[in-house]
Design a protein around this ligand. Structure first.
Ligand code: ISE
Length: 334
């Protein structure tokens, strides 16, 4: 039987997930597209062949013709909608963040603990990107020696909307690095410092964060939301015996008139398309088997990312290093 999927949110990411469900997800059917804007829901549904549309997400979640849910609606809706999925006992892939509030993340964690099941798979898709998979494999093989540092660059061409702020560099963009570094090093953060350069124009300037981990590793993260030249995400893991780098992925190089060039993606959707497909296929397996995917992120990971982001915003505002104090990791997420 095909898994009938509801997609909540018919914006940028909702359309992308609808594309993947309809074209790259064997064993899944795009059953319903839900958006408060009926025209937008209809446009995505018609483009990708959904069976139906809805403008009421909570009603849609409880429909008998829905087996699983993908949440790609605005960030502030993620907590109430994941709570509704838990109440309906329908597995859900929630786009990052679980919430920008660590206390809201605890609320979702408590709801999962109350039923003793993980229902929420969180959409930190970098874990499924081949370059990070190879980096983690090299570390696990031991060829790098123990990890000392990780340097991360995350550059966007331009901010996605005019209301994007310096703090959002930390709360919206950096959670990808907060999560993938934890996943890579199997570590937790203990402190964060944050700095920002100054541009000559009024655009949001790059933010650089320095974090310490409970294994005494040093992590640097540069977020530049107005890099202009391309979507460029890189990382280097430095061990005692060597290092391994995640480079920008260019599928071709053009050599002409004494010049060699490669191109950048405009944004994350093409750069991480394969990672999204792998992540979403893992979600379908989760729905079918009930086994939480081995490398996927869960509500605990969502809580950690939100907590670090909150401390990072305070570090940027105060100019002071902030301690990161987490609750104990519940049994369900061990
Ligand atoms: C955006 O929200 C994402 O999640 C992208 O993956 C990230 O690269 C971008 O910086 C964020 O704004």
């Amino acid at each position: 039987m095909s898994i009938r999927i509801l997609i909540i949110g018919a914006g940028l990411m909702g359309a992308d997930h609808a594309n993947i469900v309809s074209r790259d997800l064997p064993g899944a059917t795009l059953q319903l597209v839900c958006d408060t804007d009926e025209l937008r829901a209809k446009s995505v549904a018609d483009t990708y062949g959904a069976e139906d549309i809805s403008t009421n997400p909570k009603t849609a979640i409880f429909r008998d013709d829905i087996d699983a849910v993908i949440i790609a609606s605005p960030d502030f809706t993620h907590t109430p909608l994941t709570l509704a999925c838990i109440a309906a006992n329908k597995k859900v892939l929630c786009e990052k963040p679980l919430s920008q509030s660590s206390s809201e993340c605890l609320e979702v964690m408590n709801a999962e603990q109350n039923i003793g099941l993980k229902i929420v798979q969180l959409g930190f898709m970098r874990r499924y990107d081949q370059s990070y998979i190879e980096m983690r494999a090299a570390l696990e093989k031991g060829i790098l020696g123990s990890a000392l540092m990780m340097h991360n660059f995350h550059r966007n061409v331009e901010i996605p909307s005019s209301d994007f702020t310096s703090a959002m560099a930390i709360t919206n963009s950096a959670p990808h690095e907060f999560d993938v570094v934890r996943h890579m090093l199997n570590t937790e953060y203990t402190t964060i410092s944050a700095f920002q350069s100054k541009r000559t124009d009024a655009l949001v300037a790059p933010v650089v964060m320095v974090l310490e981990t409970n294994a005494h590793q040093i992590i640097t993260i540069e977020i530049n939301n107005n890099a202009a030249y391309g979507y460029d995400v890189r990382a280097e893991l430095v061990g005692e015996a060597g290092s391994i780098a995640v480079n920008n992925v260019a599928y071709s190089r053009t050599d002409i008139k004494l010049t060699s060039s490669t191109s950048y993606n405009m944004d994350w959707r093409d750069r991480y398309r394969e990672a999204y497909i792998r992540q979403n296929r893992a979600f379908v397996d989760f729905v079918v088997t009930g086994n939480f995917p081995e490398i996927a992120s869960n509500c605990w990971d969502g809580y950690c990312a939100a907590l670090v982001a909150e401390a990072g915003v305070e570090a940027l505002k105060s100019g002071q290093k902030q301690a990161i104090k987490m609750v104990s990791k519940p049994e369900l997420y061990q």
